[in-house]
Design a protein around this ligand. Structure first.
Ligand code: ZN
Length: 307
């Protein structure tokens, strides 16, 4: 018999926040959360009675419509920075939390070189003073469509943000043996593609290659199966999601700013809350609350009014 929303137990309708962290460091970049802020977030979750699941376990429960506790959170890390193991892991263990680490297989044990690859032209342009004509119209359009926030900054602020991002791109990423230790301790390792491209801009064949290769490499080197996928830069399309599903992943996540509604979601486009230093205690509490969608909506309206 087909179940309906009304059949889902009442408290399983509580939205589930999936927190998305990248590097745990003090650079203040858009991809960074300082150890102090990260520690405060985890302390807040513990004090307020949250339990955690891996992303894969959440997907399984959503698919099976399993009863879920009202205070549930999922902690995820993108890109596989070594500082996740060195700084975040002891904090997670202290509070008994689990997490999912999404890694880029071609960059395991190396650096996040895609940051420089994606931003070098614009950074070069900003470093030279942002002279008109140095950046082609096409490049300008691509940059704007990929990074609306960065594209909205003035040249000085843009240059500062890009310099910080490039610095983070030089931080070491975890090796397979480090990932293997995490996996053996019950943490989930998910796929974040093979080379961190903008998947919606690739041919169908190349999307298959990226999603298949990352799954196969992780399964060969770590404890299989690898069932969770994270779209690089949150960039995906219906077609990309379909390919990810075809390859045997059970769920995937984006960077859309919202919590997951257990009664109304797309298992191959689960939203996440992108964390960084601006999430002080007040804002972190807000993002876990049911008022957060209203706050995001108000922010969008405010930006449109300002433009
Ligand atoms: Zn990433």
């Amino acid at each position: 018999m087909k179940s309906t929303i009304a059949d889902i137990p009442r408290h399983s309708k509580t939205p589930v926040p999936i927190l998305c962290y990248h590097s745990i460091d003090t650079t203040g970049s858009l991809l960074s959360t300082s150890p102090r802020v990260f520690s405060n977030h985890m302390l807040h979750l513990k004090r307020h009675g949250y339990t955690t699941l891996t992303f894969g376990d959440l997907v399984d429960r959503l698919s099976a419509k399993t009863l879920m506790p009202p205070k549930l959170a999922v902690i995820t890390f993108d890109d596989g920075y070594r500082n996740n193991r060195e700084i975040a892991l002891p904090i997670l263990k202290r509070y008994g939390f689990t997490a999912t680490f999404f890694v880029v297989t071609d960059a395991v044990g190396k650096r996040a070189s895609w940051i420089e690859r994606d931003f070098s032209t614009v950074l070069g342009w900003a470093r030279e003073g942002g002279h008109t004509g140095r950046l082609s119209e096409n490049h300008r359009k691509i940059f704007k469509s990929r990074n609306a926030y960065l594209a909205s900054l003035d040249k000085t602020a843009l240059r500062k943000e890009l310099e910080k991002l490039v610095l983070v791109g030089h931080f070491p990423l975890m090796s397979f043996s480090e990932l293997s230790i995490l996996s053996s301790h019950g943490f989930e390792i998910g796929a974040h593609s093979h080379t961190h491209p903008f998947l919606a801009e690739l041919t169908e064949n190349d999307v298959y290659k990226e999603a298949r290769r990352s799954k196969e490499m992780l399964q060969n080197r770590l404890r299989p199966p690898v069932t969770s996928f994270c779209y690089p830069s949150g960039n995906y399309s219906t077609n990309v999601a379909h390919i990810v599903a075809t390859l045997g992943y059970s769920g995937a996540c984006t960077t859309e700013r919202s919590s997951v509604s257990p009664s109304n979601h797309n298992i191959y486009a689960l939203p996440r809350l992108l964390m960084h230093d601006s999430y002080d205690a007040h804002k972190f509490r807000l993002c876990l609350s049911r008022w957060f969608p209203l706050y995001v909506f108000a922010q969008i309206i405010w930006k449109r009014v300002k433009q």
